[in-house]
Design a protein around this ligand. Structure first.
Ligand SMILES: Cc1cn([C@H]2C[C@H](O)[C@@H](COP(=O)(O)OP(=O)(O)OP(=O)(O)O)O2)c(=O)[nH]c1=O
Length: 208
């Protein structure tokens, strides 16, 4: 059996991979995230690629007699990144409480998009290596939030480690009016799309 490595420190991504019954290890990327793009779908793909590539580079490899990169075990690294986009503004995780309030004020009463980029880096012991990146988009409509509601929500601490300063799966659920697309994509990992993309690559994660 090969090894699946989730290149993420996000507890939500871990829970989602556990939910679908995969066996995997966790090895978060630690490198600084470098953004050179401006469109949200390009930003999330650039960042998921950086995370998966960094972690894949830590995997022990050796050169075969023919100069190919080999690994003692099949390796599949999964990296992901999530941002929220509202009009032309991209929202990552808030820097502080004031930043969280700014983000929630922007999202209040509006429809916005949540983008998650996913990158697979795979390397098998027969020398087959490759990478594949894609993104999934979900639209979310938030109810109008009053200032006291924003203050109360920010005081819970929940927004601080989440893109767009909210967690659809948490206390913010009462303010979600509607969603178009994959809910799990908003939480941080589009598992249905991940399975579909792996199938396209001829990879069965349950037999990896
Ligand atoms: C919009 C939204 C985001 N989020 C989370 C998902 C991600 O964990 C986080 C976005 O930050 P990311 O930078 O994508 O991920 P991370 O720093 O948490 O983890 P890592 O880089 O190690 O993979 O926001 C929710 O949990 N609920 C939501 O409704």
């Amino acid at each position: 059996m090969g090894q699946i490595i989730l290149a993420s420190a996000s507890p939500r991504r871990k829970e989602l991979l556990e939910q679908i019954g995969l066996e995997f290890e966790i090895c978060p990327a630690k490198g600084e995230e470098v953004i050179s793009k401006s469109a949200p779908e390009e930003v999330v793909m650039e960042l998921s690629e950086q995370k998966a590539t960094e972690v894949a580079a830590m995997v022990k490899t050796y050169e075969s007699g023919h100069g190919e990169l080999m690994t003692p075990q099949d390796i599949l690294v999964i990296g992901a990144d999530t941002v929220v986009a509202c009009d032309d503004t991209i929202l990552g995780k808030p820097k502080d409480e004031a930043d969280a309030k700014r983000m929630l004020t922007l999202l209040s009463g509006r429809k916005h998009a949540v983008y998650t980029g996913v990158t697979f880096v795979f390397l098998d012991k027969n020398g087959r290596a490759g990478a594949h990146t894609f993104y999934e988009k979900t639209e979310v409509t938030m109810k109008p939030l009053s200032e006291p509601e924003i203050d109360r929500y920010v005081a819970t601490g929940e927004p601080m480690d989440k893109a767009g300063a909210y967690g659809i799966q948490g206390k913010c659920a009462i303010y979600i009016e509607g969603i178009e697309g994959d809910y799990n994509n908003v939480v941080g990992l589009p598992v249905a799309r991940i399975y579909k993309e792996l199938q396209k690559l001829g990879i069965d994660p349950y037999l990896w």
